[in-house]
Design a binder for this molecule. Structure first.
Ligand SMILES: *Cc1c(COP(=O)(O)O)cnc(C)c1O
Length: 411
């Protein structure tokens, strides 16, 4: 029996083609729902008896392909991709902790992470204890039986502080608490968190992974090292899912209920970025080191901060943890805030923008932008000086970057 025009417009004249064309790129599965053959198969999928995609807020083939590629590259147990780095951090903390518990975190964090912990989650009853991660004894003193995680960043931004991951992991594990590393700055390419005892990594895939600054995304990477029966919110799931308790809870609870899913299109762009990420990181790190050495020889520059410089306080530690590369961000100080503004205004090639680890080089005055809501006294505690410029080094020719910096500094 032939269908009417509107029905044919919706469904075509038969079932969708199952033919595959061996594309070299994963297709963008831009669909919300997936069809099933029978009532039993949809029931089996909902009960988790068969692994099938049913609804793209929970899982999607293009997003799953991105997760699988990251899981393999990071050599991890499993990965959940989310709509942003902030979504990854928020979903992870909300899965592990709750009212009446606490998180021990670095005093130097990405600004929005500090705001998440203090402004968003504290009213829900979660306490955050901020400590100096370069003094592991402070971590030990802050942990109590209500601590649900220890949280720090591999290279803090913009202070560029590097803490001893193995020392902090040893303390966390002795107290039965998982260690979370925000590994956005070096990524799992330069820093294999699990080698230092990191249990879970979060990465903003907006940065080096997307590369071209094409899309916002975030990753939660579980290395499978932590015994989830020791984490009170996950203990009952651990009985059923074993090492997959966190991943299952993220998928079935946080991802599903909070809804911060990565879009298939963003997953496509970020899978594309992942393919060239190591090449871009190599070049960006080499150029950043070269520019750090170049800048420190210019008379207008008061000081340069970069862990790749041999006199940086954490140089040896950074070398050990990141395999001799030190990331794509440096900061330097000029004589005054006015000099910083003049310098930024004179840049021709380097863009004035707030992102980091873009293919394009970017410069920013942190005190008047990212940290503008903080008083000068608070900024001082956070290591933010009014004389400081942050430079995120991209992939341009090094000579062109040097020329731009030099011409912008001529007074
Ligand atoms: C950018 C960034 C985030 C947040 O990531 P979004 O993708 O912008 O949400 C978190 N942590 C660090 C270290 C970052 O640089």
């Amino acid at each position: 029996m032939s269908s009417g025009f509107a029905t044919r417009a919706l469904h075509g004249t038969g079932p969708a083609s199952e033919e595959t064309f061996s594309p070299l790129r994963t297709p963008i599965h831009d669909t919300v729902a997936f069809g099933f053959d029978s009532a039993q198969s949809i029931a089996d999928a909902f009960a988790g008896r068969i692994p099938r995609h049913s609804y793209s807020r929970i899982s999607n083939p293009t997003v799953a392909e991105f997760e699988k590629r990251v899981q393999q590259l990071a050599d991890s147990l499993g990965v959940v991709a989310l709509s942003s780095g902030m979504a990854a951090i928020a979903n992870l903390i909300m899965t592990l902790a709750g009212a009446g518990t606490n998180i021990v975190a670095s005093r130097f964090l990405f600004g929005n992470t500090t705001s998440l912990l203090t402004h968003t989650l504290e009213p829900w009853g979660l306490e955050t204890r901020f400590v100096d991660m370069t003094r592991p004894e402070q971590v030990a003193a802050a942990i109590d039986h209500n601590t649900r995680a220890v949280f720090l960043e591999s290279i803090t931004n913009p202070q560029l502080e590097v803490a001893d991951l193995a020392a902090i992991a040893a303390i966390s594990h002795a107290k039965g608490v998982p260690l979370i590393l925000d590994n956005t700055a070096p990524t799992f390419y330069l820093c294999r968190g699990q080698d230092f005892g990191v249990d879970i990594e979060v990465v903003s895939s907006t940065k080096y992974i997307s590369g071209g600054g094409t899309s916002v995304g975030g990753l939660i990477i579980d290395h499978g090292l932590f015994d989830w029966t020791k984490s009170p919110r996950l203990a009952s799931r651990a009985a059923k899912f074993g090492p997959f308790a966190l991943l299952a809870t993220l998928r079935r609870e946080a991802n599903r209920n909070l809804g911060a899913c990565l879009s298939p299109h963003a997953a496509y762009l970020q899978t594309l970025g992942l393919e060239t990420m190591p090449l871009r990181i190599d070049r960006s790190c080499a150029s950043t080191l070269a520019l750090a050495e170049f800048l420190r020889n210019l008379p207008q520059v008061q000081s340069v901060n970069y862990p790749g410089l041999t006199d940086h306080p954490a140089h040896a530690l950074a070398e050990r943890q990141f395999g001799g590369r030190y990331g794509g961000i440096l900061t330097f100080d000029l004589a005054s805030q006015e000099d910083c503004f003049t310098f930024i205004d004179r840049l021709h090639l380097i863009r004035r923008a707030t992102n980091i680890n873009d293919n394009k080089s970017l410069a920013l005055h942190p005190a008047s932008t990212i940290f503008n809501e903080f008083t000068q006294a608070e900024q001082e505690i956070l290591g933010i000086r009014p004389t400081m410029i942050r430079l995120s080094v991209g992939l341009e020719e090094i000579g062109d970057l040097q020329n731009d910096l030099e011409q912008a500094l001529i007074s």
